[in-house]
Design a protein around this ligand. Structure first.
Ligand code: PLP
Length: 388
C-alpha cells in the first residue's frame, strides 16, 4: 500500500537535492565553522551561502539580517525576547488568539514571570483577525505587535503589511511567524515593514532542527543561548553545518518555484474540497476562502471523532492531522477553531489536509476514494452505538 501523505504542515519530506547538498558536510568536511583552517573556512563559507539563499527567500536586504537557529520555536521565542529588549520602556504585547504555541506559551511565560501585559485579539468565524480590535489594542505602551503570516491549522494568510503599519504608527515593533508561509507564498520582509520574522526549514523540504530568524538591520537581539560568539555573538553553539546547508538549498528551491507550485496546489486543494463536500454530508470547509495558503484545507466533519478518523485513515494509507493535533500533538480541542467559535461537534471532527509540491493528482484521487468511506464507517458505528 503506497502512502498518501497529506500532512505537510506538520513536516515535509527532505528534497533529494537538499539531501545531496547536505551529505558532503557530514563526512567530506566535518569541520567546525569557527576553526581557522581550511575545513573551518569552507564550513563558514557554506553557512554564508545558505544565509544568502535564505535572505532571498524572505526578501531581506542584508545577509547579516539572517540568523540561523534550531527551528521555528527558537526563532519565535527569540523574536519576542529581542523585541522587548528593543523597547525596554514598554511592557505590552499585542498578539492574536490563533498564534502557534511557540508564540503564545512564550508570551504567557513572560506574563507570569515579568508582568508583561499580553493582549490577544480575536478572529471572526472564518479566522480573520479583527483589524479594528488589533488597532485599538495598540498604544504607547506596546513594545511588540505580532501576528503570524499564515496559520498552521486553517492556512489563513494574514495582512502582515497592514498590521506592521499599525504597529509602527504606535512606535511598536512588528514580528511575524512565517513558519507556514515560507516557501508557500511570497514573503517580502523589506517591503512589508517586518522587524522580526521566523521560519523553519522542515516546512519547506529542508531538514528538521534548522530555522532562521530575520532581524531587521539596526535592531538588537536577545540571545537564548549563552556561550561562544557564533552568529556574530547572537546565538552561541557550534553551527549545525549540514542542516544549515540543507536549509539554504531548500530555500533556494522554494524561492524559485513558489508561484508555480501555488497554482498547482490551489487546483488540487480545490478538487479535494469539492470532492469531499459532494461525497460527505454534514461537512464544512473551515477558514478564510479568500486568503489562504494554496496547500491547506481544514474540514470539519460532524458526528466524527477526529482522532479516530486520523487513525483509521492512517490504516488505509492516508496520512492527515486532526484539528486537535494540528499544533504540537495536543489532545485539547484546537485553540484556533475555538477562537473562530466553530461548533464543538465540528471542532472534534476537524481534519487538516496539507499538500506539498510532491502531492499528486493520484494522492487526491485516493483521498477522495478513502475518506468518504471511512467517514461513513465511523458514522455508522457511532449510530449503532447510539441504538445500543
Ligand atoms: N510556528 C508555526 C506556525 C508552526 O506551524 C510551527 C510548527 O508546526 C512552529 C512555529 C514551530 O516550528 P518548529 O517545529 O520548527 O519548532
Amino acid at each position: 500500500m503506497s502512502a498518501v501523505y497529506l500532512d505537510n504542515n506538520a513536516s515535509t519530506r527532505v528534497d533529494p537535492a537538499v539531501m545531496d547538498a547536505m551529505l558532503p558536510w557530514f563526512t567530506g568536511n566535518w569541520g567546525n565553522a569557527s576553526s581557522k583552517h581550511g575545513f573551518g573556512m569552507d564550513a563558514a563559507g557554506a553557512i554564508q551561502k545558505a544565509r544568502r539563499q535564505v535572505k532571498k527567500l524572505v526578501g531581506a536586504e542584508m545577509d547579516a539580517e539572517i540568523l540561523f537557529t534550531s527551528g521555528g520555536t527558537e526563532s519565535d521565542n527569540m523574536a519576542i525576547l529581542s523585541a522587548l529588549d528593543n523597547r525596554p520602556d514598554r511592557d505590552e504585547v499585542v498578539t492574536t488568539e490563533v498564534e502557534h504555541p511557540a508564540v503564545l506559551a512564550m508570551l504567557d511565560h513572560l506574563a507570569r514571570t515579568r508582568g508583561l501585559v499580553v493582549k490577544r485579539v480575536g478572529v471572526d468565524a472564518q479566522g480573520r483577525i479583527d483589524l479594528r480590535a488589533y488597532r485599538n489594542a495598540l498604544g504607547p505602551k506596546t513594545a511588540l505587535a505580532c501576528a503570524m503570516w499564515a496559520n498552521n491549522e486553517t492556512g489563513n494568510v494574514y495582512p502582515v503589511r497592514v498590521l506592521a503599519e499599525m504597529a509602527h504608527a504606535e512606535g511598536a515593533l512588528f514580528f511575524t511567524d512565517a513558519v507556514q508561509a515560507s516557501g508557500r507564498i511570497d514573503l517580502d520582509v523589506a517591503s512589508c515593514g517586518v522587524d522580526f520574522l521566523s521560519i523553519s526549514s522542515h516546512k519547506f523540504h529542508g531538514p528538521k532542527g534548522a530555522g532562521a530568524l530575520y532581524v531587521k538591520q539596526g535592531l538588537r537581539t536577545h540571545p537564548c543561548l549563552y556561550g561562544g560568539r557564533q552568529e556574530r555573538g547572537r546565538r552561541a553553539g557550534t553551527e549545525n553545518v549540514p542542516a544549515i546547508v540543507g536549509m539554504g538549498k531548500a530555500a533556494e528551491l522554494a524561492a524559485s518555484r513558489t508561484y508555480q507550485d501555488g497554482q498547482i496546489l490551489t487546483a488540487m486543494r480545490q478538487r479535494l474540497s469539492d470532492g469531499l463536500r459532494i461525497a460527505i454530508k454534514d461537512c464544512q470547509e473551515l477558514g478564510d476562502p479568500d486568503n489562504r495558503l494554496p496547500n491547506t484545507l481544514c474540514m470539519g466533519f460532524d458526528e466524527i471523532e477526529g482522532d479516530d478518523l486520523v487513525t483509521m485513515l492512517g490504516r488505509e494509507g492516508v496520512h492527515v492531522s486532526s484539528g486537535s493535533a494540528c499544533s504540537s500533538g495536543s489532545v485539547e480541542p484546537s485553540h484556533v477553531l475555538r477562537a473562530m467559535k466553530v461548533p464543538f461537534g465540528l471542532i472534534r471532527g476537524a481534519m487538516r489536509f496539507s499538500l506539498s509540491r510532491e502531492s499528486t493528482n493520484s494522492d487526491i484521487d485516493t483521498a477522495l476514494e478513502i475518506v468518504p468511506k471511512v467517514v461513513a464507517k465511523l458514522r455508522s458505528s457511532r449510530s449503532h452505538l447510539h441504538v445500543a
